[in-house]
Ligand binder design. Structure first.
Ligand code: ADP
Length: 367
């Protein structure tokens, strides 16, 4: 009975009522016939009379059952029109609302009883509240995004000016102590410029201004050059980075630079959150018209209670924040958006051995 539809239930009940009516009419008629014949005495009655009595009782039974059948059909039709149809409409409306139907376009059920009308009204009011909340959310998000973009643009010009000044100073002859101070300031200035670039990326993603140039791209090549780029960082952290590509990997459809950015983020994180003597292993697996990429590390792992947050803007894990490694909590947020714009999704899982994490995503093969 668990998955039975209301329509089926009404038909079953009607058939059941009809069967009960048929059985009771049959036994009722039999009882009546026996009583009449018993009362009048079978021997004294001519056989024609007995036959006539049987015919009358059969006709009466057929008329009763037919009346029941008509009443049952009428009840099923009424239930269909007044309950089943409006409820099916409500279920379709709820589904469509989830995929973009506006609250103002929710239709009214025709001929439904008061209770179902009331459910529609309540749902429409709730849908309007949800739409208002969504609109407020989007507006807040737009304001935040505009603010980030304006602030980042304003910061970029003076920071670049400072960089030129520091680079000019670094060329001047000066004592070792001062040279180290200027080099340190230059390094911090570069980090700041990088943060500003990341903020500009975030606002470009959120406003849909991120322009992609998709082309056939070799993932083994991209991973190889990215590892080279990060090798110094890995050596400093005493982390071994491994990558053995499979014999054949088809080119994927990707924006090379954006995907490199994603790889740098994933591999850099894996190195950064892995203690010395640990390892980072990158692997590729072509399957079902896509290429799957895994970045597996033996690092600090991600606790379950942070699982839902780590792809959010500015979120940093507790253990990561303690490490004070200059992270800003934007890397995974941008990386996931870029991967999604490539037609995939970025996710992670805890390693089966219990130590470390594996981030993975897939991109479609270039056709
Ligand atoms: P950031 O690394 O700058 O803090 P990210 O957006 O790149 O920001 O990552 C968000 C958080 O996800 C990190 O603060 C960290 O808690 C967690 N994280 C990301 N990669 C790993 C990893 N390989 N191992 C453990 N934790 C990770």
């Amino acid at each position: 009975m668990k998955n039975i539809s209301l329509r089926m239930l009404s038909v079953i009940l009607a058939v059941l009522a009809l069967a009960i009516a048929g059985v009771s009419v049959y036994f009722g008629s039999e009882l009546l016939r026996e009583n009449i014949l018993g009362f009048l005495g079978t021997n004294t009655l001519p056989p024609q009379f007995q036959q006539q009595l049987t015919d009358i009782l059969i006709a009466q039974g057929i008329i009763t059952v037919a009346t029941f059948l008509i009443v049952a059909i009428i009840i099923v039709i009424i239930l269909e029109r007044m309950v089943v149809k409006p409820l099916n409409l409500l279920s379709a409306v709820i589904q469509q609302f989830g995929s973009g139907l506006h609250a103002d376009d929710i239709p009214e059920p025709k001929g439904a009883p008061h209770e179902i009308d009331h459910i529609f009204e309540t749902f429409t009011t709730m849908a309007k509240h949800v739409e208002e909340a969504r609109a407020r959310d989007e507006e807040m998000s737009r304001i935040k995004s505009d603010f980030i973009s304006t602030a980042a643009h304003q910061l970029r010009t003076p920071l670049t000016g400072i960089r030129w000044a520091l680079e000019a100073m670094a060329q001047e002859p000066m004592e070792e102590g001062k040279k180290a101070v200027v080099a340190d300031a230059l390094e911090k200035n570069k980090q700041l410029i990088q943060i500003v670039r990341t903020l500009l990326d975030v606002s470009a993603i959120e406003s849909g201004r991120y322009n992609y140039k998709f082309e056939p791209t070799s993932l083994p090549e991209l991973i190889g050059t990215t590892i080279e780029q990060l090798q110094e960082h890995a050596t400093r952290q005493q982390v071994t980075v491994r990558f053995t590509p499979p014999e054949y990997v088809p080119d994927v459809k990707a924006d090379k630079e954006r995907l490199r950015w994603v790889l740098i983020n994933l591999i850099e994180n894996a190195i950064r959150y892995t203690p010395p003597k640990g390892s980072v292993t990158i692997s590729l697996e072509p399957a079902r018209g896509r290429v799957f990429l895994y970045v597996h590390d033996t690092g600090i792992g991600i606790p379950d209670n942070e699982r839902n947050n780590i792809f959010e803007r500015f979120y940093r894990g507790k253990a990561a924040a303690k490490m004070q490694n200059g992270g800003n909590g934007l890397g995974l947020y941008i990386a996931r958006n870029v991967v999604r714009d490539h037609g995939g999704d970025l996710d992670f899982k805890a390693n089966e051995a219990g130590i470390g994490t594996t981030f993975f995503f897939s991109v479609p093969v270039a056709t």
